[in-house]
Every structure is written in structure tokens, then in C-alpha cells.
Design a protein around this ligand. Structure first.
Ligand code: NDP
Ligand code: 2IT
Length: 447
């Protein structure tokens, strides 16, 4: 088996040199899915995984715009249309200086399997730009978004490809992107998700990824007759996903003690309560400040520059910032401190060695493609409401989100439960997602 996996990976590596994040994401899937393919005649010998790792289409384009000083700036725009076997391409846009093909292809590949897990009819895609939104004026953000959309608009559409937010793309950016799309197409459609409530957005979409990550952790805890009540929780990041993961964690009676950004983390031993979280939301979303400012307001907390929060003792850790933010050392620290639940709000935040350490320790570990699927699932619910031209209540959307997260959990157990009772959520999520996409691809022929 190892030689089959190695043969497959050698080919993928040869074709995708200099794409370490993409290769990392593919290898994790190959390790769990290839043994399954070999065991199942309907998938064997059809190069199905090889087809899945090749994007259906990669778009790359120039994004020129003029900054506030009058200088012409040139960024790169991308959209990876990865797989449309079960529905139109669907996935976020990331604006961050590190964005490149490798990162977007890893995200698009993960998205294909994640979207399949949601049970909703969505294919997978991802896009973005190496544009850095930090310290840009509102006018600069708008002009950048308009330039970006003035090319992207010809490739997307409500039945073709429906982008949404990711790192650096929130409600403000979706608004500017939507406005430009509408102007160019002269059409008001649900072409983007994460829209504002008065122009086609869905209630709970802003909260969905963070809430979903916590709902998934709740389902894992229930397998051990446990709950969030009284637990100590460390969270990384302080953006959209981290904020709402913290909100739901607090609502469930647990204590959130950390948040972070790329500068460092804050540790509040007394717990970040609702009032403190409101301060963080205003600081990050309206003032666009740094998490270090938390300690000026709450001096009992401490700020640790240049580090990640994984050395802080906790029961549950929710990595909600970015890829590869938990390495083997971090994993060892988490385990040594008694952490027994990891639910990933971010995409691929744990390095492979960290994942293996969690699995060897038999803790409850959920990979992002399962645990953070609530965001895109609620995007799917936004698309349904747009198509039906109706608006569901907060309760209705939240109920559907809970149901979807609980179904994903069940599906992970179906394919991931081992003879000794341990649930390998990585295997479960990868195979469950693979089966759905592979069946559709096989039915549709070699296209
Ligand atoms: P935001 O832009 O709202 O927040 C990102 C947070 O992560 C910020 O606190 C940011 O800090 C931090 N961060 C970003 N890059 C780095 C880095 N290289 N090192 C350390 N910290 C970093 O993004 P989201 O909250 O939307 O996304 C967070 C994660 O969740 C990403 O992995 C994303 O792919 C994933 N995700 C998002 C979904 C969504 O619906 N938004 C859905 C599913 C997954 P700083 O401000 O310093 O950059
Ligand atoms: O990684 C993700 O799932 C997202 N950024 C959300 C994608 C979406 O289309 O809502």
C-alpha cells in the first residue's frame, strides 16, 4: 500500500513542484483515501484521485489599482475552479500577501471534499489575491475590489462559481465586490455569499464557521459523554472565525483564555467574557486594530509577542487563524497540558506531524474540512434563500447549521470508526467527501 501511495505522490509532486501546501493537503487525503480505493472495485483503476487533484480550471489575472498617493499598484488575482462534479464551484476569496497558487490550490482541494461533506450541492473552488488589506484606506480597499472584480466577473455566476470570504475578505469586501459585479452584469443575483442582510445575505452566515466549529467539538465531546461546560479553551486568531468560535464557547459555559493575531497572543486567565469579546469585535472589525491592544484595556491579561497560544494549559483548543499554525512542538505542549479536544476552525492549521501526534494520543481531533464546514454550509443556505427569494429566521438557519454539523459528524464516524472504537476523523472526513464526489464523477464520464 505504501508503495502505491508513494507512486501517486511522486507523480503529483513532479507535476506540482514548488507547491508545498498543495502537496501537504493532497498527501493527507491520499494516505487515507488510496487504501479505500484499492479496497473498492468501483473506484479502483480509474485514476479518480488523479483527476481530483487536477483543477478543472486555473484563472490568474492582473489586478492594477491606484493607491491614495496616486501610485499604480499591481497585484495578482486568482481563482481555482477545482471540481464541479456535485455543483457549481464554491469557496472563498483570500486577500493576504502570502497568497500564491500553492496556497489557493490546497484550499480549493480541501474545499471540494468539505463541500461534499455538507450534503449540499456545491463543487469546490478558491481564489484571492496577494493584496494586503492591512493599513489600507476604505477607498483603496474599494478600488482594489472593483479592479479584482472587473476581471473575475466574466468567470463567475450564481450557477457557475460563487465566491465568498476568507482571510482578509469580510462583509466590507464582499459589498464592494458585489456592487461591481452587479454593475458589470446588470443583474442582481446571489453570485457571492456573505452578503449584507439588506441585500441578499443570510442570518447566521457571519457566525457560521465559528459556531459550526464549536458544534462539531460538542458532537465529539458527546461521544465521551462530556460537554463544554466548565472547560478551559484556547483559541488562535481574532478574525471572523475566532470571534464567533469564542462567542459560542462562552455561551456553552466554557472559559476562553486566549486569542491571537500574526503579532502574538493574549492570555486572559480570568476568561474573555461577553463584554471583553465585544471589545475585541469592535477593535478588530471597526477600528481594525491589533490584539495587543487588549491588554491596555484589560491589564490583568498579558500579551506575548511573536508566539502562538498553544503553550497555555487548556482542555480544548480551537485553531482559527491560518494554515500550519500548530507544529509538532505545539502538539506536544497541548497534549502534555491535558488538551483532549482539537476542533479546527482554520483550514489545515495543524502540520502533518502534529496531526499524527493527536491521533497517536487518541484525543478527539477534527480536521478543518469537517469542523469548519459550517461556514460554507451556511453559504449554501444563503444560496438556497436567494434562489427561493425568501429569508429564513435566525433560528431556522441555526437549526439547519446544527443539523448539518451533526450529519458531518455522523458521516465521519461512519467511515472513520476503528475496530477499537477510536474515531479517526481525518479518515472519516476524507473518505466520506471522496465517495460523494467520486460517485458523481464516475456517473458523468471522463470529462
Ligand atoms: P480573518 O481575516 O477574519 O482573520 C484571520 C485571523 O488569523 C486574524 O486574526 C489574522 O491575524 C490571523 N492570521 C492570518 N494569517 C496569519 C498568519 N500567517 N499567522 C498568524 N496569524 C494569522 O479570517 P477568517 O477568520 O475568516 O479565517 C481564519 C481561518 O479560517 C482561515 O484559515 C480560513 O481559511 C478559515 N476559514 C474561514 C471561513 C470563513 O467563513 N471565513 C470558513 C472556513 C474556514 P492578522 O490580523 O495579524 O493577519
Ligand atoms: O474555507 C471556507 O470554507 C470558506 N472560506 C468559506 C467558503 C464559502 O463559500 O462560504
Amino acid at each position: 500500500m505504501e508503495s502505491i501511495i508513494k507512486g501517486f505522490m511522486d507523480l503529483v509532486k513532479q507535476r506540482n513542484q514548488h507547491e508545498p501546501e498543495f502537496l501537504q493537503a493532497v498527501e493527507e487525503v491520499a494516505e487515507t483515501v488510496i487504501p479505500y480505493i484499492v479496497d473498492h472495485d468501483i473506484y479502483y483503476g480509474k485514476n479518480i484521485l488523479l483527476r481530483m487533484v487536477e483543477p478543472e480550471r486555473v484563472l490568474m489575472f492582473r489586478v492594477p489599482w491606484i493607491d491614495d498617493t496616486g501610485e499604480i499598484v499591481v497585484n495578482r488575482g486568482f481563482r481555482i475552479e477545482m471540481n464541479s462534479a456535485i455543483g457549481p464551484y464554491k469557496g472563498g476569496l483570500r486577500f493576504h500577501p502570502t497568497v500564491n497558487l500553492s496556497i489557493l490550490k490546497f484550499l480549493a482541494f480541501e474545499q471540494v471534499l468539505k463541500n461534499a461533506l455538507t450534503t449540499l450541492p456545491m463543487g469546490g473552488g478558491k481564489g484571492g489575491s496577494d493584496f494586503d488589506p492591512k493599513e489600507k484606506s476604505d477607498g483603496e480597499i474599494m478600488r482594489f475590489c472593483q479592479s479584482f472584480m472587473s476581471e473575475l466577473f466574466r468567470h463567475i455566476g450564481p450557477n457557475t462559481d460563487i465566491p465568498a470570504g476568507d482571510i482578509g475578505v469580510g462583509g466590507r469586501e464582499i459589498g464592494y465586490l458585489f456592487g461591481m459585479y452587479k454593475k458589470l452584469r446588470n443583474e442582481f443575483t446571489g453570485v457571492l455569499t456573505g452578503k449584507g442582510m439588506s441585500w441578499g445575505g443570510s442570518l447566521i452566515r457571519p457566525e457560521a464557521t465559528g459556531y459550526g466549529t464549536v458544534y462539531f467539538a460538542q458532537s465529539m465531546l458527546e461521544t465521551r459523554n462530556d460537554s463544554f461546560e466548565g472547560k478551559v479553551v484556547t483559541i488562535s486568531g481574532s478574525g471572523n472565525v475566532a470571534q464567533y468560535a469564542a462567542e459560542k464557547t462562552i455561551q456553552l459555559g466554557a472559559k476562553v483564555v486566549t486569542l491571537s493575531d500574526s503579532g502574538g497572543y493574549i492570555y486572559d486567565e480570568e476568561g474573555i467574557n461577553t463584554e471583553k469579546l465585544e471589545f475585541v469585535m469592535d477593535l478588530k472589525n471597526n477600528k481594525r486594530g491589533r490584539i495587543s491592544e487588549y491588554v491596555s484595556k484589560y491589564p490583568n491579561a498579558k500579551y506575548v509577542a511573536g508566539e502562538r497560544p498553544w503553550g497555555v494549559k487548556c482542555d480544548i483548543a480551537l485553531p482559527c487563524a491560518t494554515q500550519n499554525e500548530v507544529n509538532l512542538d505545539d502538539a506536544k505542549k497541548l497534549l502534555a497540558n491535558g488538551c483532549f479536544v482539537i476542533s479546527e476552525g482554520a483550514n489545515m492549521p495543524s502540520e502533518p506531524e502534529a496531526v499524527h501526534a493527536f491521533q497517536d494520543a487518541k484525543i478527539l481531533y477534527a480536521p478543518g474540512k469537517a469542523s469548519n464546514a459550517g461556514g460554507v454550509a451556511t453559504s449554501g443556505l444563503e444560496m438556497s434563500q436567494n434562489s427561493l427569494r425568501i429569508v429564513w429566521t435566525r433560528e431556522e438557519v441555526d437549526q439547519r447549521l446544527r443539523k448539518i454539523m451533526s450529519n458531518i459528524h455522523k458521516n465521519c464516524i461512519k467511515y472513520g470508526k476503528q475496530d477499537n472504537g477510536y474515531v479517526d476523523y481525518v479518515r472519516g472526513a476524507n473518505i466520506a467527501g471522496f465517495v460523494k464526489v467520486a460517485d458523481a464523477m464516475l456517473a458523468q464520464g471522463v470529462v
